[in-house]
Ligand binder design. Sequence first.
Ligand code: DGJ
Length: 700
Amino acid sequence: MSKQSALLSATSSSLLLEVVDGALVIQHWGAPVHGDLASVQTAIRPSIANSSWDQPQFPGFMRESSRGFLGRPTLSGHRNGKAWSTKFEVTDFHHQGNHVAVTLRDFHAELEVVVAFDLDQYGVLFQRATVKNLADSEYCLNEFIHWLPLPKEATQTLDFAGRWSNERNPQRKEIATGTWVRESREGRSGHNFSIADIALTEQTSFQSGNAWATSIAWSGNSHYLVEKLFDGSQSIGAGELLLPGELILSSGQSYEAPALVSVFSAQGLDGVSAAYHSYLRARDIHPQRPRPLTLNMWEALYFDHNEEKIKALVDVAAEVGIERVVLDDGWFHSRRNDRAGLGDWVIDPAVWPNGLSPIIEYINDKGIEFGLWFEGEMVNPDSDLYRAHPEWILHEADRVPPLWRHQLVLDIGHEGAFNHVLEQTSAVLADHNIAYIKWDHNRVLVDAGHLGAAGVRRQTQAIYRLFAELKKRHTGLEIESCASGGARIDLGVIDLVDRFWTSDNNDALERQTIQRWTAQVIAPELLGTHIGPTHGHQTGRTLELSMRATTALFGHAGIEWDITEATPEERKHLATWAQYYKNNRALLHSGKMVRVDYPEPHAYLHGVVAHDASRAIFAYVQLNPTVSIHPSPLKFPSLDESTNYVIKAVFPAGKPRFMLITPPEWMAGITLSGSALSAIGVTAPILAPANAFLIEISKA
Ligand code: DGJ
């Protein structure tokens, strides 16, 4: 290989970079390559087609028009109409191990780009870049997108769409010539944010086939793109979506683009998840202590904060084995409904005449932690804050943006507003024993100006700064990122929070799909998964406790239900389920997530397998009625082929509704080899729709 080239390799993937004619070229991102690569450049040097360039062109990483590129460039911007087209040359190429940092300069446009690639041991590729203005004049940066090449075998893309209470619906489609763009313009990542954009072959499934996944580490506006050009080349990319004039670099100033976090997997979509989860778990800041079983009181109380009622809930919570109780919206100044109070983060004496300390002590005395809700980036027009500082909202000209849930967005990019929120929330935290806060964000940002300029980027950076400062001031504080459910779940905010509220939809049947796809990138222990009420508040559906409990087990588990209404039998089941969660969370929160390619559409079979393949817990979830009398058997991949296992069904929260006279014999427990479990499997029982149960598999 030439001197200016680098091969980054993990067990599962490689990235090959080379400098060609002064351009930085990604020659390969995909399956691992080894050995002599000196001739790669010659091997894949393009031929010259009729009616084409006289010499091969190498647009490389920067994808520039000046190098013959006819698609969307990596960087676009201008210097008051000049410096609109660039030709960057590599000026420095530093390679060490699985890290490469490359400096590129355009001496005419007077810009410098430093791009770094890091491939970790799990095959997760990090791309980071900074753009620096080297001139005396301002440079307006319109866009910087990280791109990766896709081979022709990638014929499909998978991304995710959604809305409130129905996040992360998969969309799989053919890649055709043109550009497929998924934009987030909500000023938060959003319900409709694609947590990843994944290129696939037609055959790629959960368990097998190639997948090229990217995820943007950013909580503000963003876009994902898949581009196929008429010359046949195709690529996948993502970046921050900058609003007009949002980023004007002054002389010497740099822009740090959000990182792109990508995975190539030859082991299907589960291979992608395994890499993302391993990377997340290896971070120093990944929550280390067992994820406490949580009771969130929102759906039990809503705005009706009644101390006696709360004590009654806490008593049942203690009996059941809850480890953290959360007081949600409604505790602060004049917040009797969702029309007032946001912005005034002081305890309301009208509902809490003695403050929150007595109820916190009541909870703590039972050995339970206390958590509290905030929504610091928002303000109701009916609040003391807005009355005092109407100018502290994100707005443009003299317009007030349309209300959403009766609220406006506080411009925390404004130091005064930032300090107001920081000091008020911090004071509540300093005065009380609060282990955790749930930080909500219940509306989108529109017309979001900061002092006359677009303000989404500044707002996003401000919330990162605010979370970091709260954590610095209050050691051990855990933060849950909530945004009307799952509208701020992304790899940007993840380094500042310990949990995500996956969705406001607590209906277990809906949750099966929402959790299945959110966990495509996010490790399950970071996803709040609660047992909802018997009659779902979002869908009105009535579901068995066993279905709700089985669904809530696969995440950071909890309950969001008025458990004072639970029958004695349901409480008994909640207690055995709680104990089951505690006994098994070490496995559930560290093992490999497996989504079996079950061949029929009526069911999901998914689970977690220990990394040493000694144990596994699966859930069989019947979504719809079966078509056939004898549905496909349940087969379990990821086990050790030659080990013998005991497999049995378990019902920690009671039995599901069967539609059978005699259940399959294996459910009581049998021994089978790992190879028999994966190749032959066990008989699937017929359950009523929307029912589920757990399957335990352990080394015999
Ligand atoms: C939306 C959240 O997602 C809910 O869980 C709850 O906290 C409400 N906001 C409170 O207003």
